[in-house]
Write a protein that binds this ligand. Structure first.
Ligand code: NAD
Length: 265
């Protein structure tokens, strides 16, 4: 069954993790896919894996000129854009970043995280609307459980993800009010095993214990997979969700259903 047959898609941050799994699933379900990322080598490898129905384009989501150029390239190659997945994001841990709590997080780090996570989604939505306003389409923004609850030691990340949650609803309402056939929804993963977790999990003997600790309050008691998030994105990208706009879809092993909260993204 090809659930997005004949549609064209652009996925940001598609070289790794959730973006990669999403690009692969959209292609498998019949879409032509623009695989975009700042990581040229790994992005190109994903596009090559997908074959003739895909191409790679370098896109730093903070770069407005690149948005213009890449969307134009999608138009030239695929005849237009139907699906935009604003997935690229950083958590703000690891090399180059300092502490991320509200007392000591630097303004530089705060801005750097918002620039990728929030400005990137803002630009994506703006360019996506312009590309889709006549032909219609679906915008899926990857927020997080952290956009719904507070995260004391990743405040820039949590703030940026909360803003994505709200901006998605504004975009949905704006498009509806203008009569543009564009839907916009947000997806809220939690504890999905991707490279984003590596700085937190580390290696060595304590790794398994740390994994267990992170999911001990998750009702399903495990990390989710990138493919499980990609399935949700596919639903929102396809016409199966034609009456769905402005929603937030949690893929979180049940964690938001109760009051227990474990740290992490
Ligand atoms: P990941 O680190 O595996 O992949 C992120 C990708 O984004 C990488 O390929 C990276 O090169 C790319 N990227 C980083 N900065 C970029 C930029 N400026 N422009 C374009 N691309 C850029 O992470 P992931 O876990 O697959 O995360 C994907 C999305 O899912 C992120 O928005 C993340 O916040 C969100 N998310 C992940 C989890 C989780 O548990 N993994 C939970 C909630 C939300």
């Amino acid at each position: 069954m090809a659930r997005v047959l004949g549609k064209s898609a652009l996925v940001t941050g598609a070289a790794s993790g959730i973006g990669r799994a999403t690009a692969i699933l959209l292609a498998r379900e019949g879409a032509s896919v623009a695989v975009t990322d700042v990581d040229v080598e790994r992005g190109q490898a994903v596009a090559e894996e997908l074959g003739a129905s895909a191409f790679f384009a370098e896109l730093d989501v903070r770069d407005e000129q690149r948005w213009t150029a890449v969307i134009a390239e999608v138009g030239e190659r695929f005849g237009g854009l139907d699906i935009l997945v604003n997935n690229a994001g950083i958590i703000g841990f690891g090399p180059g970043f300092g502490t991320q709590d509200p007392e000591t997080c630097s303004l530089r780090d705060w801005r750097a995280v918002h620039e990728v996570n929030l400005d990137g989604v803002f630009l994506g939505c703006q360019h996506g609307i312009r590309a889709m306003r006549q032909r219609g389409g679906s915008i899926v923004n990857i927020s997080s459980r952290s956009g719904i609850v507070g995260i004391p030691f990743a405040v820039a990340y949590a703030s940026s993800k909360a803003a994505i949650r709200n901006h998605s609803k504004s975009v949905a309402l704006y498009c509806a009010s203008k009569g543009y056939p564009i839907r916009c929804n947000s997806v809220h993963p939690a504890a999905i095993m991707t490279p984003m977790w590596e700085p937190l999990l580390g290696s060595g003997p304590g790794r398994e214990e740390r994994i267990a600790a992170f999911v001990k309050d998750t009702p399903l008691k495990r990390f989710g997979t990138a493919e499980e998030v990609a399935s949700a994105v596919l639903f929102l990208a396809s016409d199966e969700s034609a009456y769905t706009t402005g929603i937030e879809l949690s893929i979180d092993g049940g964690v938001l259903a109760g009051s227990a909260a474990s740290p992490g993204s």
